[in-house]
Structures are given as C-alpha cells and as structure tokens.
Write a protein that binds this ligand. Structure first.
Ligand code: FES
Length: 129
C-alpha cells in the first residue's frame, strides 16, 4: 500500500529537528486527524533557503511528506519553494494512498506558512516582496 520511497522517508526522515536561528517558521495542522507539522527555515539575503528542518507530530505519510518536501526546497529560492505543490511531493514519493493525500497537503501548507512568516519578519508581505 505504501511505496518504498514513503517507507524510506518515514523510517529515515531527512532534515528532522529545529533550526535555532531560523528566520522563517510555519506551523500547520489538520483539524480532522489532529496531525501537526512545524517547519523551520534559514533563508539568506538572496532569498535562498540555506537550511530547512521540520518536526511532524503525525502519521507516517505526513512524516514522509515533510521529509521529501524539505529535500525538494533545500537550496531553492523562496519563490521556487512557493511553487511546490502537494501533488509534486506525493509524486516524488511515488504516490500516496487516496486517503493520505491530505498528509502531503500539510507539507505544502507548512512550506507556504514558513515563507509567509519570513516576509512578516522582513516587514513585507508575500505579494509585495
Ligand atoms: Fe493526517 Fe496524515 S493522517 S496528516
């Protein structure tokens, strides 16, 4: 039912933890399942995500999705990271079962929330950066 990639990222998640001096932090949750995902980023002056870590209190698919999402946006610019869709995350994991798609949505939302926070910290909003 789960792909090898999902199992791999669930058993050996990449980029787990916190970034002490993060300048972007986003937390999202799903009210139905109660899972929570928190994402930390260190974004440099050029808008490049130098480091990203996450903490997920949730199901295996949510952990695999956050692990994959962090891998996909590390080293990218914030604009590139904003293009990340839950579909791309699920595809990179070789698919998720239909009732687990919302777990990848959480990853997309966590990335967006953290970047929103980055612009808040900078004193600009996302649309007028
Ligand atoms: Fe809700 Fe996976 S079951 S995030």
């Amino acid at each position: 039912m789960y792909s090898e990639k999902v199992m791999d990222h669930f058993m050996h998640p990449r980029n787990v933890g916190e970034i002490e001096d993060a300048n972007a932090v986003g937390e999202v949750g799903n009210a139905v399942c109660g899972d929570i995902m928190k994402m930390y980023m260190k974004i440099n002056d050029d808008g490049v995500i130098e480091d990203v870590k996450f903490k997920t209190f949730g199901c295996g698919s949510a952990i695999a999705s956050s692990s994959m999402a962090t891998e996909m946006i590390k080293g990218k610019t914030v604009d590139e990271a904003l293009q990340l869709t839950n579909k791309a995350v699920a595809e990179a994991l070789d698919g998720l079962p239909a009732h687990k798609i919302h777990c990848s949505v959480l990853a997309e939302e966590a990335v967006k929330k953290a970047i929103e926070n980055y612009y808040e910290n900078k004193g600009t909003d996302m649309e007028n950066n």
